[in-house]
Design a protein around this ligand. Sequence first.
Ligand code: RB5
Length: 154
Amino acid sequence: MNDPSPTGRAEEGPTIWVASDHAGLAMKRDIAAWLAQAGWRVIDLGPDEPASVDYPDYANRLAEALKDKEEAFGVLVCGTGIGISMAANRHRHVRAALCHNATDARLARQHNDANVIALGARTLGPEIALDCVSAFLDAEFEGGRHAARVAKMS
Ligand code: RB5
């Protein structure tokens, strides 16, 4: 597992957890660096080498990290974002949204109270991926009519 503060930045910022598989490793690193620059304390749950790994193992790590935490967010990256989001969503407390653009990401927070954003390194360019993460973290759950729907999922 990687150092909890890979960038060496101050630890007082809000914490966010990131994980990937081998296909998502490079994009995860870019996102982690961007998040750290934006003031987040980034905890990278791995992998930290390009050797082939199984995405459920890393989705499970991230789910474990978010367990029993309120307002805690995670970023998952695999080749398409599909497998790793499926695996993460096996956990009742995880609402992982596979996003392809900033609108997906914003609405995933506003309407679905997503706590994890999943991205595909093989299907998204790096700028779009960062736009997604930025929109996701800038948006807030709107509650209201959405709250009952979200509650029905858990
Ligand atoms: C790994 O080759 C690939 O299958 C994985 O990253 C992901 O795309 C699965 O959904």
